[in-house]
Structure formats: structure tokens, C-alpha cells
Design a protein around this ligand. Structure first.
Ligand code: PRP
Length: 335
């Protein structure tokens, strides 16, 4: 084994070998499409799917020992996570199995110092989640895992999409300036992230509405916080977290149009077209989503869950009031 010490191995020999795709079928959740060698691998894949972290099963083999010039041993980490450029080798808890893996891992790191690889114990799952942008879920103690039906949009997916929207806006308004008008309060996280991805000059302002009844055309809606900026003759983008019926937007678009902006467009993170009652042109849309109750990344249920770094679907029991609200908040009659 002495010959495999990194310094003695010519660089030309250290060629990772791409493996053929292990895809068994093309439909169903990703963790059901691959023939895993071990049940713990499938469990881990299911875990990654749940959190919407992308993965590839055993995509690359790394030669780690040679007999003269011929490769005599290869190491194939179980998973590759492209979003964090990380290879993962799972381990059972039995020390007898961990020791040889540690040896392989040590060689891989010596021979391929640019490759990120991690031996993963059960307890490391949490750390992986933190790297994928979830933070420490333990600290979000008011959200019980059993309240979530599914994670719809992961932190990485949010980041990627918001970056793309920011770039598009910067391209569309090149050489000009824009006023972003955010509709409080759900928009706070989205507008903060979007604004940082826009490279042209922008001003930011906010508008808050109060609703006094079920939304209908001509419903009792009033502005409780108006914008400070005079938008006459300026390019305005109205920024929303979600468009459902479109009635809120319809009201606000008409309101702002009367003030004579040079242009007025709408950017929304989420679009739920199934609920639409009023037709509103949406220029920039993050994600179209189905008709479920979603929270997180600014969106709330009775003011809760806005601080989740992902967007998830609550189980109907939670919002039908079968579960007690958790911060002891008084129910908002405006709902
Ligand atoms: C949400 C969202 C939009 C509106 C969209 O506000 O921010 O303003 O609903 O619904 P519509 O298309 O059916 O009109 P919400 O009342 O939840 O207030 P919040 O942003 O303060 O949470």
C-alpha cells in the first residue's frame, strides 16, 4: 500500500472514472428510481428527496491504489450532491465497517485534494441540512415536523430562482432605475433577497392593506400604509409574495396606475393560478404552485412560520383549527 501515498502517484494516474447512470425507471420519486445496494442508502435518498436536495447515486469512482500502472483499487462514494459539490459516503455504526472506509477516505483525500467528501453518520444529517440552507431546524421549535405535509421549495431552489429573477429584471431595465413596491408583510424575505440580486439602481418602498371581509370585486380593502415615494414618471415593479385570486393585486395595480408611473409591472414569488378571479398580468413569476396552504419564506399561518427558510405545505388539520395555534396568538378576524 506504500505505493499509494499521494506523493508517489503520478498526477496522470489520478483520473476519476465516470460511472454509467444507475437509473432504473424514470417516474416516481427519485429515491425509488435507483437500485440501491443497501437499505440505509435508500433511506438517505428519501431523506434528501424530502428536503429537495439534489443527488446522484455513485456517479464517480476514484482510483486509490495501483499495481504498477494498473488500478488495483477504486473507491466509489455513495452519493454526490451537486448543489454543495459534495460526495457522501454513508456508514453504519459498526466500527468494523467504519475503519476500512476511513482508510479509503484518507487515500481519496490525499490523492484528490480538490474533491469534497464526507463520511456521514446519522447525526451528520442535521449538518447537511444546515449546509443546504435549512439552518438548524431544531431551533424552529414551533414547527412540528408532523405539521408539514411536504417541502415544496427548498432554500437552494428559492435562492436559484430569485437570483434568476433579479438578473432578468436587471437586463430588462438596463440603463434605467426602478422603484420596487413591496406588499407587506409576506413579501419581506422575497423583496430583500430579490433586491440584492438586482444590479441596476433601485428604490424600495412598501404598501400595506387591510382587508375587512372575504375578498370580492369591490371588497372592503383599504391602504393602511401608503408608499412615500412619488412614482409619477418612474418605472415601478410591484412585488408580491403570492397571487391567489388576484383581487389584491388588481386593486393595487389600479391604485398605482392612477399616479402615472412610466411603467408598472408585477413580480411575484408564487402564483396560484387555480384560485384566480381577476386577470392580472404577471411579468416575473418565481414558481407556480398548486392549491395547497403554503407557509415559510415570509408566508404565514396566523402570523406563524414566516421565518422558515423554505416553503412547505401545511397539513389541513393544522389550518382547519384542529390543532391549537402555537404562540398563543389571538386569532385575527381578518384571517
Ligand atoms: C397575501 C399576499 C397577497 C394576497 C394575495 O396577503 O401577500 O397580498 O394574500 O391574495 P389574492 O390574490 O387572493 O388577493 P395576506 O393577506 O396573507 O397578508 P400578509 O402578506 O401580510 O401575510
Amino acid at each position: 500500500m506504500a505505493s499509494s501515498v499521494a506523493a508517489n502517484v503520478p498526477l496522470a494516474w489520478r483520473r476519476p472514472v465516470k460511472q454509467r447512470s444507475r437509473l432504473l425507471r424514470r417516474t416516481g420519486p427519485p429515491h425509488s428510481r435507483v437500485p440501491f445496494a443497501h437499505p440505509s442508502e435508500q433511506e438517505f435518498a428519501r431523506f434528501l428527496d424530502y428536503y429537495r436536495i439534489r443527488w446522484v447515486y455513485e456517479p464517480t469512482s476514484f482510483p486509490i491504489a495501483w499495481d504498477a500502472e494498473r488500478v488495483s483499487e477504486m473507491f466509489t462514494p455513495d452519493f454526490y450532491l451537486p448543489e454543495t459539490d459534495l460526495y457522501i459516503e454513508l456508514t453504519t455504526m459498526r466500527q468494523a465497517l467504519v475503519t476500512p472506509k476511513n482508510r479509503k477516505l484518507r487515500l481519496l483525500r490525499e490523492l484528490y485534494p480538490d474533491v469534497n467528501v464526507k463520511l456521514l453518520y446519522q447525526k451528520d444529517y442535521q449538518q447537511l441540512l444546515a449546509q443546504a440552507g435549512y439552518g438548524t431546524l431544531d431551533s424552529v421549535h414551533h414547527l412540528r415536523k408532523q405539521d408539514i405535509r411536504e417541502i415544496l421549495i427548498s432554500p437552494t431552489e428559492l435562492e436559484t430562482r430569485v437570483r434568476a429573477l433579479g438578473r432578468k429584471i436587471s437586463r430588462d431595465y438596463r440603463g434605467q432605475a426602478v422603484v420596487l413596491v413591496g406588499m407587506l408583510k409576506g413579501v419581506t424575505f422575497f423583496i430583500a433577497d430579490l433586491a440584492r440580486q438586482i444590479s441596476i439602481p433601485i428604490a424600495i418602498d412598501y404598501l400595506a392593506l387591510a382587508r375587512y371581509g372575504p375578498a370580492q370585486p369591490g371588497a372592503r380593502v383599504k391602504v393602511v400604509r401608503d408608499i412615500d415615494i412619488d412614482i409619477a414618471g418612474r418605472n415601478v415593479i410591484l412585488v408580491e409574495d403570492i397571487v391567489n385570486t388576484g383581487l389584491t393585486l388588481d386593486y393595487v395595480v389600479n391604485l398605482l396606475r392612477e399616479r402615472g408611473p412610466a411603467s408598472l409591472e408585477v413580480a411575484t414569488l408564487l402564483d396560484r393560478p387555480n384560485r384566480r378571479l381577476a386577470e392580472v398580468p404577471l411579468k416575473y413569476v418565481g414558481f407556480q404552485i398548486p392549491n395547497d396552504y403554503v407557509v415559510g419564506y415570509g408566508l404565514d399561518y396566523r402570523e406563524l412560520y414566516r421565518n422558515l427558510p423554505f416553503i412547505c405545505v401545511l397539513k389541513p388539520d393544522v389550518y382547519r383549527g384542529l390543532e391549537p395555534p402555537r404562540l398563543g396568538l389571538v386569532e385575527d378576524p381578518a384571517g
